[in-house]
Ligand binder design. Structure first.
Ligand code: BGC
Length: 720
């Protein structure tokens, strides 16, 4: 990153030399041709690699064209470029489960290098929407239900991308927490609670990583579309937080040029505007508004300068030779992320399977003979060599065309055969419970796979596994008590068969090396270390919205979702309600054991805790001790204050210190303080730490708190 002042000054100097036509040309990103957009937009010069977005440069001023591509899980190619494949990382939620910032940084670097080697200088990465609803189709793309964990990991991933000279976005600002009818969805939330949850994730990640651009959401927030929401864009983002980069729309989300007055700087996927709203909002309508004085010259200049500033800050205008891309190394990063993201939920002593076992093992279902599933939608990456298989799934509305079961190579069945050479392994496709039970009955051990297709444009109707897989698992578990279930899902699922199986593993969408990682965990070649980044509820009745209001409505129906849980998302909600989930946030087993001791809580400006972690078991393993706020003078609440992933040899101990971000101890007081800085609209409010006693606990999961202590803090008001 280049010095911020210099980038700002250069942006101003360049913008001052531009013609109005040049200025306007920077404000629209057009999509390349693919299966949806079949005719090349004439604004894209011939020979340009097709991708999600193209913005012409201004060669006479040395301003490069912007070539935008999705996204966080690798460089995507939904039909844009013949034969172009890239490293397919595991789902974002798997990265979340690693609780490993260093790994996030590495995978960001990988994405940045692969983007840059193709000439893409803007990655539409950095998905941070909190998992508020286990039905949300895109939770797999994001990180977690917790603002701190999400912000810490996404910031590293963004920094990894930008360190390669590629701008990263952070998205979708904000509350795109359900997919159903996302274009007509009004996400209603208490503004202070919003600051303590989704907005806090954005705030911390933006501070840490300085992403060049913020992508707005499709939905409305409290009645105003995200793209034109001046309270959030001018008030919080650019005002209170002083964000200097540019705000881009989601693809086809700009209904009106007036969003520019609300804080939007660039309209992206503008051809989709025409399909959705009848016209490209930032093409002629914005020029007309400028001509008749409705769009002030200062605002036009500001829009352009923000884009230029990020180009200069990240160094997109001064690329040298393309970076070395070591695809073997990148495969290792995908493999390591899968290994660290897999969560061992239950183990009644059956795992790990001995590598020299001669047992008869039945592998059932999940297309495990072909590959591992990936999430669908704009984040889907075609892996080297192509998909192992694509099964068209479809569905109502035009989003149905995007909905496929993508199977990535690295078939769990083949990988298990490699790691268990003496076992007798047979496969059953899991089509029919009775048929699967036949193989289960004559086997010593059953490994049953449960998969789901989740993705953009769709929320799941419930928590079940599709295609009758729950019945298949029930049947094999009834036929054989030594049943192990491997889930490959993007969200928590119900487990009606849980008490009848010996072990359960959540492997998420584990990416192009996923089959190998699953086999390594099952056989103990790798000690599981993933921890749940989302709460697994026992059922939807435990969640804030047992019925999702819009689920039954056809595409295009205006809907309102009241996020009445406010800031009490996930484990926070379960703590407030006193409910016991199926598996708590932070839960995850290991093949070794860990002990916590010497827990010390100190006050001062914030809470600092120190403690020791010891590996008390017989093999090397990684643990993720978690520090939670459990009590405060201004009301009971639970907040993850910090965590640390530690890797320990048997008998080894390490000392950990966690210092809480004071915003996690505070409440946001919407009435306190002055209006946002720089004369921007709205967004009063400050963070208030109330004087008194704060209770803090150390746990291995949100429902497994082992040591606790308290300290007093003086009252303080800070922010905005
Ligand atoms: C998605 C974005 C994505 C964009 C460009 C939209 O449908 O919501 O996350 O970056 O498409 O492909």
């Amino acid at each position: 990153m280049n010095p911020p002042e210099e980038a700002g000054q250069r942006a101003q100097a360049t913008e001052e030399q531009m013609t109005d036509d040049e200025r306007f040309s920077l404000l629209v990103a057009v999509m390349g041709t693919n299966d949806l957009i079949t005719v090349r937009d004439e604004r894209i010069p011939e020979g340009t690699p097709m991708s999600a977005g193209y913005v012409p440069g201004v060669p006479r001023l040395g301003v490069p064209a912007l070539l935008m591509s999705d996204a966080s899980l690798g460089v995507t190619n939904p039909g844009y470029r013949e034969g172009d494949t890239a490293t397919a990382l595991p789902a974002g939620i798997a990265l979340g489960a690693s609780f490993n910032p260093a790994l996030a940084r590495e995978s960001g670097g990988m994405v940045g290098r692969e983007a840059r080697s193709r000439g893409f200088n803007v990655m539409l990465a950095g998905g941070v929407n909190l998992a508020r609803d286990p039905r949300n189709g895109r939770n797999f793309e994001y990180i977690s239900e917790d603002p701190l964990l999400t912000a810490v990991l996404v910031a590293e991933s963004i920094s990894g991308i930008q360190a390669e000279g590629v701008i990263s976005t952070i998205k979708h600002f904000t509350l795109n927490c359900n997919e159903t009818n996302r274009h007509w969805l009004d996400a209603v939330i208490d503004p202070a609670a919003h600051r303590e949850s989704d907005l806090l994730a954005f705030e911390i990640a933006i501070e840490r990583a300085k992403p060049g651009s913020v992508m707005t959401a499709y939905n409305k927030i409290n009645g105003e579309y995200a793209g034109g929401n001046s309270e959030l864009l001018q008030g919080a983002l650019k005002g209170a937080w002083g964000y200097p980069g540019w705000v881009m729309s989601d693809w086809g989300a700009t209904a009106s040029w007036e969003y520019a007055l609300g804080g939007l700087d660039q309209d992206c996927g503008s051809q989709i505007d025409v399909m959705m709203w009848g016209a490209e909002a930032f093409a002629q309508p914005l020029r007309d508004a400028y001509a008749n004085g409705s769009l002030p010259k200062e605002r036009l200049s500001d829009m352009v300068r923000r884009i230029l500033r990020s180009i200069y800050a990240v160094g997109v205008d001064s690329w040298g030779a393309p970076p070395e891309v070591d695809m073997a190394r990148h495969h290792e990063i995908a493999l390591e992320t899968a290994r660290e993201g897999i969560v061992l939920l239950k183990n009644d002593g059956i795992l790990p399977l001995a590598s020299d076992t001669t047992a008869r093992i039945a592998v059932v279902g999940g297309h495990a003979q072909v590959g591992v599933p990936a999430g669908t939608g704009s984040s889907a990456v075609v892996p080297p060599g192509g998909y192992a298989e694509v099964i068209r799934v479809g569905g109502p509305s035009f989003m149905g065309a995007m909905r496929n079961l993508y199977l990535l190579p690295s078939a769990p069945l083949d990988e298990l055969r490699k790691l268990l050479p003496d076992a007798e392994i047979e496969f059953d496709p899991g089509m029919n419970p009775a048929e699967a039970a036949l193989l289960a009955r004559r086997s010593d051990v059953v490994i049953a796979f449960g998969i789901r297709v989740e993705g953009e444009g769709f929320d799941s109707a419930d928590l079940s596994l599709p295609w009758g897989q729950d019945a298949v698992i029930e049947a094999v578990a009834a036929a054989n008590p030594n049943t192990i279930v491997v889930l490959e899902t993007g969200n928590p699922v119900a487990m009606p068969w849980r008490d009848n199986v010996k072990a359960v593993i959540e492997a998420w969408y584990p990416g192009q090396a996923g089959g190998q990682a699953i086999a390594e965990i099952l056989t103990g070649a790798i000690n599981p270390s993933g921890r749940l980044p989302v709460t697994f509820p026992a059922g939807l009745a435990q969640t804030p919205r047992p019925d999702l209001p819009c689920l039954a409505e056809p595409w295009g129906t205006p809907v309102t979702i009241e996020y009445t849980e406010g800031a009490e998302v996930g484990y926070r909600w379960f703590a407030q309600q006193g409910e016991q989930p199926l598996y708590a946030f932070g839960h995850g087993l290991s093949y070794t054991t860990f002990d916590y001791s010497d827990f010390l809580v100190q006050g001062g400006d914030t809470v600092t805790v120190t403690f020791a972690v010891t590996n008390t078991g017989g093999r090397r393993g990684a643990d993720v001790p978690q520090v939670y706020l459990t009590g405060a003078p201004d009301g009971a609440r639970m907040r993850l204050l910090g965590f640390e992933r530690v890797d320990l040899e048997p008998g080894e101990s390490t000392q950990v210190t966690v210092t809480a971000d004071p915003r996690l101890l505070a409440r946001f007081d919407s009435q306190a303080g002055q209006a946002g800085q720089a004369g921007q609209a709205g967004q009063a409010g400050q963070w208030r730490v109330t004087a008194g006693t704060y209770r803090v606990a150390l746990g291995s999961a949100a429902d497994s708190l082992r040591l606790s202590g308290e300290t007093t803090l003086e009252g303080v008001l800070f922010g905005p």
